[in-house]
Design a binder for this molecule. Structure first.
Ligand code: SF4
Length: 503
């Protein structure tokens, strides 16, 4: 942690952005106007010229040494007040990042980009008609991204357009997320809506939740049918949607297929079966019966001590056995998640995970970098967990890049999170042709994702302007049972506003 004194009382949102930049170098850093207790000082200068050129400068002083950066960027138009503020925040971030890089000797591969969806920015410039060379130049000069990260974005965007040639027109369709909020036990890094199934079953909440979910599926399906909406993809997540019994899954899929319009045109349905300890032959048969063959079986790590340390009460062998069981039962598109930087893991453990993956060769491998999410057990008791340093995490990420390339996988989506180790990213790799459409549409925010069930967030994307409105179903099953009918009404109102009034 470092306290950085700045020479101006910036607006709160400007200060917040600069704080994000400082956090890339020093965890939990503080930015303040006063001198008291400051470890270093940064003096900023900034102004806009009549031709709309923004100039910024920063001088970092620490222990009597000075580090200086100057930056200028010219815009074609004056821009609205909001745009001017965004431009200035970016220009100040630019010089702050530069002086901190000079002082620390660290290089931030993602430059000043601190958002979740870097490829969305690439798509924005692409849709504005810019060439690959122009996009490269902007990302490098103005956002300070490394060549490697720009190339990764370019490769991912090209792949997304190959898989979904009508990506830019998908706003006319919608995708659906269905949340089942139960898991066998809670993982230490988890902040998803996940509640222990056994205790909830005893209290009758599982059955009541499922009753509510049937109603919500029917009601939302009714609206979709009445408005002849096309569904691009459906994703069952949670929680772990295979935590419930096989007959409960069967009944829910029946309701889904009966209620949703044009089921034969749905491009993809995925069911998270993340926890291997929930997978049974009966449940796999139910999936097969409904033609669902895309599932996730998530090892996270192939080191038993790690699984224990993070609260996943299943064995490594169980992951392997359930993978092969899924194959035997016709699951042809299996995703497996690995996490880089789990407690006590280093190069050797990650290498072992990659070697184990090589024996199964799932169609997709999603490589996450551990992030300390605010509400997780791991973050609350951070001192208990020893994690790899920045250089080791970067090396592991490079190992994943090399391994996937050597084994015929391609990157097809990526996202970043706050407090992610090494300021890196999560990357979805797959065998060419096995890309998950849902993962692409949710990351690029090209269409509405209608959330149904517990903890399901709906993201309504205006089909013409792209403006996003969010609505969150309650996370807690008890609250869901009480309020899902109101949630249905509210979502239908928003859908009517978006798709009925404008047509
Ligand atoms: S299996 Fe997934 S949803 Fe369930 S507790 Fe673990 S991380 Fe959370």
């Amino acid at each position: 942690m470092k306290t950085i004194q700045i020479n101006e009382q910036f607006k709160e949102d400007w200060k917040r952005v600069l704080n994000h930049i400082a956090n890339l170098f020093y965890e939990d850093s503080v930015i303040q106007f006063t001198q008291a207790g400051a470890d270093m000082a940064i003096a900023f200068q900034h102004h806009i010229e009549a031709d709309f050129t923004i100039h910024t400068a920063a001088q970092l002083t620490v222990d009597g040494e000075k580090y200086v950066s100057n930056y200028a960027i010219r815009y074609a138009t004056e821009g609205t007040e909001k745009e001017q503020s965004i431009r200035m925040k970016r220009a100040l971030s630019h010089v702050m990042l530069d002086v901190l890089e000079q002082y620390t000797g660290m290089t931030q591969q993602w430059g000043i980009l601190t958002g979740v969806r870097p490829t969305k920015l690439y798509h924005k410039y692409r849709k504005a008609g810019m060439s690959e060379e122009e996009i490269f130049a902007i990302l490098k000069k103005d956002y300070r991204l490394s060549d490697t990260k720009i190339s990764l974005m370019k490769e991912i965007v090209a792949r997304q357009l190959k898989i979904i040639p009508d990506l830019d027109e998908l706003g006319q369709e919608i995708s659906i997320y269905i949340g089942v909020p139960f898991c066998p036990t809670m993982c230490a890094y988890c902040t998803f809506p996940a509640y222990a199934i056994q205790s909830n079953r005893k209290q009758g909440r599982v059955e009541k939740f499922i009753d509510g979910l049937h109603i919500e599926l029917r009601e939302m399906g009714k609206w979709l049918t009445e408005h002849n909406m096309r569904i691009t993809s459906i994703y069952w997540g949670g929680g772990t949607p295979t935590s419930i019994e096989a007959d409960e899954m069967d009944a829910l899929y029946k309701t889904m297929f009966e209620s949703f319009p044009n089921p034969h045109t749905i491009r993809e349905i995925t069911v998270e079966a993340g926890r291997p300890d929930t997978i049974t032959p009966e449940k796999l048969e139910v999936l097969k019966k409904w033609g669902i063959d895309r599932i996730s079986v998530n090892p996270q790590s192939y080191t038993q001590e790690t699984l224990k340390a993070i609260g996943r009460h299943h064995t490594v062998q169980e992951t392997i056995d359930k993978f092969w069981l899924s194959r035997e039962h016709g699951m042809n598109n299996i995703n497996m998640d690995l996490i880089i930087g789990l407690p006590n893991e280093g190069i050797a453990e990650f290498d072992h995970s990659l070697n184990e993956s090589a024996k199964m060769m799932p169609e997709s491998l999603t490589v996450h970098t551990l992030s300390f999410k605010r509400a997780s057990e791991m973050t609350r008791n951070k001192d208990k967990y020893r994690v790899a340093d920045r250089d080791t995490v970067s090396e592991m990420m490079q190992m994943a890049t090399d391994w996937t390339k050597e084994n015929g996988y391609v990157p097809y989506y990526l996202y970043r999170q706050k407090n992610i180790l090494g300021n890196l990213e999560n990357v979805g790799y797959c065998k060419p042709g096995e890309e998950s459409i849902y993962n692409i549409v949710i990351m690029e925010e090209v269409q509405t994702i209608l959330g149904i069930g517990c903890g399901a967030s709906s993201k309504f994307v205006h089909p013409e302007t792209g403006k996003i409105t969010q609505f969150h179903n309650p996370k807690d099953p008890a609250a869901y049972i009480m309020t899902f009918e109101e949630a249905i009404k509210k979502k239908i109102e928003i859908l009517n506003d978006l798709y009925v009034k404008i047509s």
